[in-house]
Design a protein around this ligand. Structure first.
Ligand SMILES: [Zn+2]
Length: 304
């Protein structure tokens, strides 16, 4: 998967057919050549009678597919369309919504919506295993689905708003930001964040070697660094400028996409390959699971 500066048109012309995408996926899935996941045999018969090749182990007859274990599993959408969607959502400066994606890659709105959510699911899964290290600061903010511009004086959520914690630290030697929704029951949504919310965030997203994370609650926001304040103040705007207000049920997916973009703004040439890795190592999520009424939660344990 290319990583250097490349435009969408260049990308689209390079990955314009299924055979090229099959080769890329095959190389990523089995970089040292095919190996049976069941018996480790390296001898394979390729079955080409289906839309995508099946790889049948000559040792135990187990059949592997390229899509198994990826967010694309079960999808009937062409690989090159998935690749194009991945490029668009992985480009830090290119926000794209489902209407735009459906036009770009010529699929229905529902398919585009599902592709984007499956890619966000991969981002979320990739982020869950990355724990903040180094100097860690966390701060509370709110997401307001009805507002284009967050007013920084509104630290305590109103009824229709959603509390969010912003955490900043390091991961792998780079600065790293996480945006996590604080799940509350509807009747308690407008409460101020308390110690237990921050404790949960620190438990789920901060490495145990960080002994003294700095927590900025509603009373000491002014002590947070400018970058953290800038990010927390812009959460609503970053999401609403493209998605026009998202519900609490799907907010975490958009927060993860936003933090992915923030984390790659300074290193855009690594965003596509990192997303591609998440894309092929994250088990899919179904439409039924996505629209389930309960708000999904993902902690360190469930992501492992
Ligand atoms: Zn086998």
């Amino acid at each position: 998967m290319p990583d250097a500066d490349i435009t969408f048109e260049q990308f689209r012309s390079k990955y314009n057919c299924e055979s090229v995408c099959v080769s890329v996926l095959h190389a990523a899935k089995w970089p040292k050549g095919f190996q049976c996941p069941r018996c480790a045999c390296r001898h394979v018969t390729v079955i080409t009678t289906r839309r995508l090749p099946l790889y049948e182990c000559r040792g135990c007859r187990y059949q592997s597919s390229l899509l198994r274990g990826t967010v694309m599993e079960g999808s009937r959408t062409s690989l090159h369309k998935w690749f194009q969607a991945l490029f668009l959502i992985g480009s830090p400066t290119c926000y794209i919504n489902a209407v735009q994606l459906s036009e770009f890659i010529s699929v229905t709105y529902k398919t585009a919506w599902l592709i984007l959510h499956k890619l966000r699911h991969a981002i979320r899964h990739g982020d869950a295993s990355k724990l903040l290290t180094g100097l860690v600061e966390v701060i509370s903010t709110v997401y307001n689905p009805r507002d284009s511009f967050f007013r920084w004086t509104e630290r305590k959520p109103k009824k229709h708003q959603h509390p969010v914690i912003v955490g900043a630290g390091s991961y792998g030697g780079d600065k790293y930001v996480k945006l996590k929704q604080v799940y509350t029951s509807p009747e308690h949504r407008n409460r101020a964040m308390d110690h237990s919310d921050f404790a949960q965030f620190l438990h789920d997203h901060v490495h145990s070697t960080v002994k003294f994370p700095i927590v900025h609650n509603q009373f000491n926001h002014h002590k947070a660094c400018d970058t953290l304040n800038m990010i927390s103040d812009s959460v609503t705007q970053r999401i609403n400028q493209r998605y026009f207000g998202v519900s609490g049920k799907h907010l975490q997916a958009y927060l993860d996409e936003t933090s992915f973009r923030l984390n790659h703004t300074l290193r855009p040439n690594r965003a596509i390959s990192r997303l591609f890795k998440m894309f092929i190592t994250t088990s899919t999520i179904t439409y039924k699971q996505l629209i389930a009424s309960t708000v999904p939660t993902m902690t360190r344990e469930s992501a492992a």
